[in-house]
Design a protein around this ligand. Structure first.
Ligand code: DC
Length: 232
């Protein structure tokens, strides 16, 4: 409507949203916006300040003093800046995932962070991933995708990633963490994780990353009448 196209990708933790969103953005020359990174940055700030992440007054008081912004580096990679410091690596720590999930359950926090996310879609073609992009952040997105996979498939993939990074966590622990976050993201009152009525649902449990990407490209090409800028 504003001359730009928005692709919203929602789904549970570990469904592969960010890697698919990143690849789609690359293939169609869109800007990739990872909204989970914003909640992670606030989660990290709460952890550092030692405040209770479920105490809405304390979190909001802190949030109002913070300078959280997104920058894109020369390689086009999204970096999270907290009070001038690049925290892009630190926000990926597993303990920060839980902090992010806690703060993201607070409606006041979500409201506060809404405009920051919408602004990107007003000024760019975006692929934006999160939990409520198609339902709340960009309800008018030209294309909405709900990417899912079973908890077991997501835990197996996450375990492989963590093992590759040298971590020795076990499968049960990863599955527990994923189930806890699912439970919290689905059952929270504010913008719970759910599929938008007009979203295309894709279950990747039985698909490889390449198969999932090929299917998503096909959906983008047909639904938005776009051609990829690189061979996919
Ligand atoms: O996608 P992620 O794992 O980086 O997200 C971190 C947390 O933030 C996750 O528990 C859910 C929450 N989140 C959200 O509530 N809404 C979004 N649009 C993105 C993430």
């Amino acid at each position: 409507m504003n001359g730009f196209n928005a692709i919203a990708i929602d789904g549970p933790s570990g469904a592969g949203k960010s890697s698919m969103a990143k690849r789609l953005a690359g293939a169609f020359s869109f800007l990739y916006v990872d909204t989970g990174a914003i909640y992670r940055t606030l989660g990290l700030a709460c952890c550092r300040a030692g405040i209770d992440r479920r105490d809405v007054s304390a979190v909001m008081a802190l949030l109002e003093t913070l300078d959280i912004s997104i920058r894109y580096n020369e390689q086009g990679v999204q970096c999270m800046i907290l009070n001038g410091e690049d925290v892009s690596r630190e926000i990926r720590l597993p303990e920060i995932s839980l902090c992010a999930s806690d703060v993201s359950a607070l409606p006041e926090v979500r409201r506060f962070l809404l405009e920051m996310q919408r602004k990107f879609a007003r000024e760019n073609n975006v692929v934006m991933d999160g939990r409520d992009i198609g339902t709340v952040v960009l309800p008018d997105a030209e294309l909405k995708i709900f990417l899912t996979a079973s908890p077991e498939a997501r835990a197996a993939r996450r375990l492989a990633e963590l093992r590759e990074k040298g971590s020795n966590v076990d499968y049960e622990e990863v599955l527990r963490d994923i189930s806890y976050r699912d439970e919290q993201d689905i059952n929270r009152a504010a913008a719970p994780l759910r599929k938008a009525a007009d979203a295309v649902e894709l279950d990747s449990s039985e698909l490889s990353e390449e198969e999932t990407f090929a299917l998503l490209c096909e959906i983008v090409i047909t639904r938005l009448a776009l051609s990829p800028e690189e061979s996919v």
